[in-house]
Design a protein around this ligand. Structure first.
Ligand SMILES: NC(=O)c1ccc[n+]([C@@H]2O[C@H](COP(=O)([O-])OP(=O)(O)OC[C@H]3O[C@@H](n4cnc5c(N)ncnc54)[C@H](O)[C@@H]3O)[C@@H](O)[C@H]2O)c1
Length: 243
């Protein structure tokens, strides 16, 4: 069963470690993907991998801290593949900085990229989806938003913010046919996870089995992007709270 047959999906941060795996999995399930990233080369690499695997994709350069980027991304996606069915927000950053060293610039950068982009993207997507009475906004939160993590005050606040934002918007979307959910894929070996860790730490954590591989959560994302997840609205689906 192709769970995402005929769906148009726009994905931010699609050139990253998780974006590549989620893009491939969603395309395999039948979706056409507009892969966006601030790094066009990285977005293109994901789009190329999808096309090489027999799927449909385009690459779009977007800076998701800018509202206009979402209009451009959705216009491209819709011109190429038809009405937007799913927005998957993945773009994010995690500079590991203790509170006492946290500059306002770093704080603002993390909150703007991780949280404000989700608001900007969701607003633009929901405006298009409401008149069609269908669509899904999915965002990458993190169990860190609930648990916290040392040197992660801005990151944890941004991810907790995504969960609260998702719950609030889901109440506005009740019975509209449009849904919003978020998920936490668990600590996963990607460039973002490696930031601030020594080679020794990385080896130790991988050996201890406390870290997932980027593809491990892909089928959950496919499910959340599909109509099978219809009962879910306003949920935070996480596994790193349940180890
Ligand atoms: N890797 C983990 O352990 C983990 C765990 C939980 C949640 N997450 C979340 O998953 C998401 C993706 O993480 P990842 O591990 O794939 O990271 P990654 O660093 O591999 O990918 C992030 C991508 O976002 C892009 N990006 C950065 N700034 C951007 C901007 N202004 N506009 C558009 N794109 C921009 C980067 O170019 C990169 O391709 C993040 O939101 C992260 O917080 C990751």
């Amino acid at each position: 069963m192709n769970l995402l047959e005929g769906k148009t999906i726009a994905m931010t941060g699609g050139g990253g470690g998780l974006g590549l795996c989620y893009g491939l999995a969603m395309a395999k399930a039948g979706a056409a993907i507009a892969v966006s990233d601030i790094n066009l080369g990285a977005a293109q690499a994901t789009a190329d991998a999808i096309i090489k695997a027999g799927g449909r994709a385009i690459a779009v350069k977007s800076d998701v801290t800018q509202a206009a980027a979402f209009e451009q991304l959705f216009d491209r996606a819709e011109a190429e593949f038809g009405p937007l069915d799913v927005l998957l927000n993945i773009a994010g950053m995690f500079p590991r900085v203790a509170l006492v060293d946290m500059t306002e610039e770093t704080w603002d950068a993390v909150i703007t990229l991780n949280l404000k982009s989700v608001y900007l993207g969701a607003r633009a997507a929901v405006r298009r989806m409401l008149p069609r009475k269908r669509g899904i906004v999915l965002s990458t939160a993190s169990g860190t938003g609930i648990r916290g993590q040392p040197k992660g005050s801005a990151y944890s606040a941004s991810k907790a913010g995504i969960i609260g934002f998702t719950r609030a918007v889901s109440l506005e979307l009740k019975d509209t046919g449009v849904r919003i959910n978020c998920f936490g894929p668990g600590a996963t070996d990607t460039p973002l996870w490696r930031v601030g860790k020594s080679e020794e730490d990385i080896k130790r954590l991988l050996a201890a089995g406390n870290v997932y591989q980027p593809d491990d959560f892909s089928n959950v994302v496919v499910f959340l992007a599909s109509d099978l997840s219809a009962p879910l609205n306003g949920e935070f689906i996480s596994r790193d709270l349940h180890r």
